[in-house]
Structure formats: structure tokens, C-alpha cells
Design a protein around this ligand. Structure first.
Ligand SMILES: [Zn+2]
Length: 250
């Protein structure tokens, strides 16, 4: 159900959900966390509660976003409020990144091929979650998320979650050229783009130390048993998530 991220000595938890261990069926089977791809709301609620229980965060304060492939950041100091994560299931803001300094407020970013990123500071004073598909990456969502954390980027760490790999992500020439120009020629191989490497470069450009960045190498499209994939399964697939929070109560 979860892939735990090693956050070292920081008083922070970060993890990525997988598709295993939920109650949804069909293309959403089984631990679908997303509410916008046609799954039954009661199943999504059950899955989100199960993820919160298994991971150990407070479902009433968890923050989900209405993701729009943009670069706006939601300041989630007060949490999502009851009635979002497991209530209406709707995102609290049309943003693709969230940041908080409030202990116990879990931030979620969701994807079904798009990289989702957990960020935290050495001292655990601030965390962020970022949804970084190609439109978000090229639109600057990673730099925006890092900037909104309000600390020197040299004290930040990042974990980039499972995403569609270059093995399964052919894109058009314009996008390849744009990515190569912004993030280096090696983010393009053949007709494909390596989104994980593009995220790494964007994080480095935002000031993170290379050794502070971890990129999961699992490909969501190749690993059907563990991950949802839009490229593989189309629009009616589920969503996995990055989750990050500061340990302790507010
Ligand atoms: Zn693949």
C-alpha cells in the first residue's frame, strides 16, 4: 500500500501510495485515491481512510488539491479541513503544490503517470507536496513549490515518486526540444522524455543539492501490479499519491 521514503533524522514522514490494498474495482482497482476519474465516492473514501490508517496521518486534516497542471502553490497552514479528504473528496484549491509548517497536516499530490514529489527541510520545519507532470514542470511548479517553502533550498530534500519512465513515454518533438533545452539533452532518449530526470534537474536548478534528491525508478506504465497508469489504461484509471507531513500535533 505504501512505499516509505527515508527522511533520515528529519521529524517528517513521506511516502508514496501504490494501487494495492483498496476496495475499488475495474480500472480503479484497488487503492484509488483520486476522486476525478469516475470511481465510486464511497470507494474513494474507504481507500483514503485506509491509506491514512496504514500510514498514520490524520484524515481530518489531510490536504488534497484540485490539480490543474499549473504552478500555483496552496499555503495549507490550517490543513484541509474536515470534509475534504474523506468528505466531499474535493480539492481545497486549484493548485498543483501545497506547503505547510503545521505539524500533523498531511499534504497529498496525486498522479497516474505524472511524478509526484515530497519535499522537506532538514529540521522538519516545513514540507511540500508537488504534482509535476510535463505541463507543471515546464510551467515552473517545482521552483514555485521550493520557493514557497521559505527556507534556503540547500536545507531541502526531495523524493520524486513512481512515474511513467522513458521506456513508456514517447512525446512530440516540440516537447522533447523544450525539455532538452531546459533540463539537458540527456532527459531525451529517442522519442521519449525522462520525467524523473527532468524533475531532478528542476530541483537542482531550484537550489537543492544533488545528494538531497531521490528519484524512484519504478515505471508506472510497466508495473501494472503496483501502479495506476494513464498512458497504459486511459482516463478511467486510478490515482496514487505522494504524502508528506511534519510529525507531531499542532
Ligand atoms: Zn515503462
Amino acid at each position: 500500500m505504501v512505499i516509505e521514503v527515508n527522511t533520515g533524522d528529519a521529524p517528517v514522514r513521506a511516502l508514496f501510495s501504490t494501487r494495492e490494498g483498496g476496495v475499488s474495482t475495474g480500472g480503479h482497482a484497488s487503492l484509488n485515491i483520486g476522486a476525478t476519474s469516475g470511481d465510486r465516492p464511497d470507494a474513494v473514501r474507504s481507500n483514503r481512510e485506509a491509506l491514512a490508517r496504514a500510514a498514520g496521518f490524520d484524515s481530518l486534516r489531510a490536504v488534497v488539491l484540485a490539480q490543474v497542471h499549473g504552478a500555483d502553490v496552496f499555503a495549507a497552514e490550517a490543513g484541509g479541513g474536515a470534509g475534504t479528504y474523506t468528505g466531499t473528496l474535493e480539492g481545497v484549491a486549484e493548485c498543483d503544490a501545497a506547503v505547510t509548517r503545521a505539524p500533523g497536516v498531511a499534504l497529498l499530490a496525486m498522479g497516474a503517470d505524472c511524478p509526484v514529489i515530497a519535499l522537506w527541510s532538514d529540521d522538519g520545519s516545513v514540507v511540500a507536496a508537488v504534482h509535476a507532470g510535463w505541463r507543471g514542470i515546464t510551467g515552473g511548479v517545482i521552483a514555485a513549490g521550493v520557493g514557497a517553502m521559505g527556507v534556503g533550498a540547500d536545507v531541502l530534500h526531495a523524493a520524486v515518486g513512481p512515474h511513467v519512465g522513458p521506456c513508456c513515454y514517447p512525446v512530440d518533438a516540440d516537447l522533447r526540444q523544450g525539455m532538452a533545452h531546459a533540463y539537458g539533452a540527456d532527459v531525451v532518449s529517442g522519442d521519449a522524455v525522462d520525467l524523473g530526470l527532468a524533475c531532478r534537474r528542476a530541483l537542482e536548478q531550484a537550489g537543492l543539492a544533488p545528494e538531497g534528491i531521490h528519484v524512484e525508478d519504478a515505471c508506472t506504465a510497466c508495473d501494472e501490479a503496483r501502479f495506476f497508469s494513464y498512458r497504459r489504461d486511459g482516463a478511467a484509471t486510478g490515482r496514487q499519491a505522494a504524502v508528506v507531513w511534519i510529525e507531531g500535533e499542532a
